[in-house]
Design a protein around this ligand. Sequence first.
Ligand code: ZN
Length: 316
Amino acid sequence: MIKTIAAVGLPVDEVLEIKRNRILPETPMDSMKRISIVTGIHGDELEGQYVCFELQRRIEQNKECLTGIVDIYPAMNPLGIDSITRGIPAFDLDMNRLFPGDIDGSMLEYVVARIMEDVAGSDCVLDIHASNIYLTEIPQIRINELHQDILVPMAEAANVDFIWIHGASTVLESTFAYSLNHIGTPVLVVEMGVGMRITRTYGDQMVDGIFHLMKKMGIWNGEVKSVRKPIISRKPEDVCYLNASVGGVFIPNVEHGTKLKKDEIIGQIVDPLCGKVLDEVRTPEDGMLFTIRDYPVVVEGSLMGRLLKKEVCGYE
Ligand SMILES: [Zn+2]
């Protein structure tokens, strides 16, 4: 059941429309749980598009197992998706800094307020992001510590490799996730893959996780796969940030998700004009590389990767 949850006229004869597809059981019951799959707040992050498609395809195959409501919002920033733009084109605004919005406010404040109204009350929301065009991420859920008691058990059921709990001081209050968590609608922020691409294996992993979560919530009574046990990071010092010491072209040496020893080479920063290696990016200690630079051109200070320290990962 497709519904337009917000529509505003644009200056020249076009309409900005945000759409939701609601999937209901064949025989709806009185009190059903609701899971909402939200993506496309950043128009250049497309990993969630596959998740929306594949989740619906698999529900349709065993529709009789559906016992709750699944709401799919594939394009919260449709103008951004259509024009390969991260923010809202023409306005030059990051949509994820406009929440909770204002129903009587400007056009965009109205749109985000309508999104808030529509998603609020869900029993669980997944807000699927895909890093950006510069960095690739292993499937992870990011949570702020204010809401960890409610969100960590849900995140553990979602088949991600990593749960990253942030301190309250780093929380951005104007995000979709914060605004909904603040009013009691639980939102898990998923980061996986890379901007402008679809990584099918990650999408499949996430869809398995969503079915597992749905089963736990009483929305699905079919077979589900068992889920990965995620590593949980609770302290800022669990993570090392690797930055470029020099500008150049980055040639990676390892895959992200790899467990590395101290001083291993993650990649080289090279000078294509002179054919020289300018620097090697090395691991400062043992750990798992959960983020790696994807976009090759770097400047001094560019983020090249993030390493989760070995003692947090708990591997031998
Ligand atoms: Zn994003």
